[in-house]
Design a protein around this ligand. Structure first.
Ligand code: AMP
Length: 307
């Protein structure tokens, strides 16, 4: 049951109250595919980098079972670069720089071997490119999960609305849900966004967990209370990768299974924030993942009798 992941593969420079990095490896598709690789080994990547991107990182992705035939390396061009600074609450951040570089001329090609994928993670990327990917799929995947960001709401709203109309699950954070809908109440925001096209909406609330909506139901999962949050970059993509990776492994796209997917995604995101960049999720043991998921189960389980 193959999973196709599309999104940025990038360099990031991050500032948090705990420290600062120079250019490190980042990108929505990097985080999402690494996270998904703990659940399924049949992962294909479509993205673009410049020839400044380290071959060793591509090898690391391959070592995780991620096929990079669809990762274009554009000669003489620079990889996508993003830089951000977190506020003291570690839940909010300012984007300091977004340099599109290779994204400007990226024409996504879906290799023949990727065409039969049943799960598609349309990770954060220029909406016009997300649209092209959808147009170039010979068959519609069984489930399309899409992630996006305030940057694209500000610069490419028209294209963004076209993509949102075509996907099954949209994942955005609370501030983005408010921006997209013009509603402060997340319940009202969800009602409006579900009318834009997706059947399911996941609103990520950072350290306050995540909400899953469809037209009839709502589910809430907390985030694991962690002693130290070091760097939240990529937590949303790691969450999405764990979510879709779990659905791909279990081949079940029901609301009930999505609830479990949210717990697996949240567990993966809780690892991501413990170190800078991809450092924590590059080398996790299966036992660590299982223990973390059990911590979630223990966190929310209680006995209650209604009289
Ligand atoms: P997250 O913290 O989950 O929102 O994801 C952060 C990652 O998304 C970073 O590694 C960035 O390289 C990448 N990123 C930042 N801005 C954009 C953008 N406008 N489009 C696509 N990816 C982005």
């Amino acid at each position: 049951m193959s999973l196709l992941v599309v999104g940025t593969v990038a360099f990031d420079a991050i500032e948090t109250p705990f420290g600062k990095t120079d250019k490190i490896i980042g990108g929505a598709a990097t985080y999402a595919s690494l996270s998904a690789s703990y659940f399924t080994k049949d992962i294909n990547l479509v993205s673009v980098v410049g020839d400044d991107f380290p071959a060793a990182t591509i090898e690391q992705l391959n070592d995780h079972g991620i096929d990079t035939t669809g990762l274009q390396i554009l000669k003489g061009q620079k990889s996508f670069f993003w830089s951000g600074r977190y506020h003291n609450d570690m839940n909010t951040r300012d984007t300091l720089a977004t340099e599109l570089n290779v994204l400007m001329s990226f024409d996504p090609v879906i290799p023949e071997a990727y065409q039969n994928c049943e799960f598609l993670m349309l990770g954060n990327l220029m909406p016009a490119i997300q649209l092209k990917v959808l147009e170039r799929m010979a068959e519609r995947p069984k489930l399309i999960v899409m992630d996006t960001m305030n940057f694209w709401m500000e610069t490419a709203m028209e294209d963004l609305m076209k993509v949102i109309r075509l996907v099954d699950v949209l994942t955005i954070n609370d501030a983005e849900a408010r921006q997209l809908s013009g509603e402060y109440s997340l319940v009202k925001a969800a009602q409006k966004i579900l009318k834009m096209g997706p059947k399911y909406l996941i609103i990520k609330k950072g350290e306050h967990g995540a909400l899953l909506f469809n037209n009839e139901q709502v589910f809430f999962a907390p985030a694991l209370p962690l002693e130290d949050v070091f760097d939240p970059t990529g937590a949303g993509d790691t969450f999405a990768g764990g979510f879709i990776g779990y659905l791909a492994r279990t081949k079940d796209v029901s609301f009930e299974n999505m609830k479990r997917g949210i717990i697996f995604g949240s567990a993966m995101a809780s690892f991501c924030v413990e170190k800078f960049g991809t450092e924590r999720i590059i080398d996790l043991g299966q036992d660590e993942v299982e223990e973390r998921v059990q911590e979630f189960v223990d966190l929310v389980q209680f006995d209650i009798t209604l009289v």
